[in-house]
Design a protein around this ligand. Structure first.
Ligand SMILES: CC(C)(COP(=O)(O)OP(=O)(O)OC[C@H]1O[C@@H](n2cnc3c(N)ncnc32)[C@H](O)[C@@H]1OP(=O)(O)O)[C@@H](O)C(=O)NCCC(=O)NCCS
Length: 171
């Protein structure tokens, strides 16, 4: 009897364990992968994907068609537009001087790309279609259509140049 019941449990469909607050509002076709967390009063637009182990805190707004990769941390008050990519283990902060009473979120405009392990200072705006390189520490606003890298992050070339590199790589 015991052997039979073990076999049955092995065949049971696996549930994806994650924690989505009952107060979060998820659009159509939103996917939240294994062990990810989505806090209360957070709004996520259609077709956005949240990777495994990501922590999307409360009072966050994320637009449509975004990809938030695994292990990312999105602090409360973050505002993320449409078609944004946030790489693995990237961090959007909200407290410039912990532990403060007053918080300010990061704004990420449409089409921006934030690469792996970048950290963005509270209150910074990451401009439309800009790119933040892997490992960058972003302390100032990133101009639209600009690639920034380094610690602290500085502009290195344009999004147009980035797209040329991407195209060449994919060919
Ligand atoms: C921003 C990025 C696209 C730049 O790549 P690139 O244009 O190919 O850069 P290059 O390799 O031509 O490097 C040019 C110079 O910048 C430096 N550099 C490149 N990326 C850097 C970065 N993220 N931070 C600091 N310096 C960097 C290089 O060392 C090189 O310096 P040198 O001229 O003194 O030798 C790349 O760093 C990046 O972040 N890629 C995305 C990775 C990622 O997160 N992918 C998603 C998840 S897997």
């Amino acid at each position: 009897m015991q052997r039979k019941s073990r076999a049955t449990s092995r065949k049971a469909p696996r549930k994806v364990p994650n924690l989505i607050s009952a107060k979060a509002k998820l659009g159509e076709n939103v996917r939240v992968w294994n062990f990810a967390y989505v806090g209360g009063n957070t709004v996520i637009g259609d077709n956005t994907k949240i990777g495994s182990l990501a922590h999307v805190d409360y009072n966050v707004v994320i637009g449509k068609n975004c990809k938030i990769e695994g292990l990312a941390y999105i602090a409360p008050l973050s505002r993320i537009g449409d078609n944004v990519f946030i790489g693995p283990a990237a961090v959007l902060t909200n407290d410039p001087y912990p532990l403060s009473e007053k918080m300010i979120g990061v704004k990420v405009e449409d089409g921006a790309i934030i690469c792996a392990r970048a950290v963005v200072k509270a209150g910074v705006t990451v401009g439309k279609n800009s790119v933040v390189g892997m490992g960058a520490v972003v302390t100032k606003d990133v101009p639209p259509e600009t690639v920034v890298v380094g610690v602290p992050a500085k502009p290195v070339y344009s999004r147009e140049e980035y797209e040329k590199k991407r195209l060449a790589w994919n060919q």
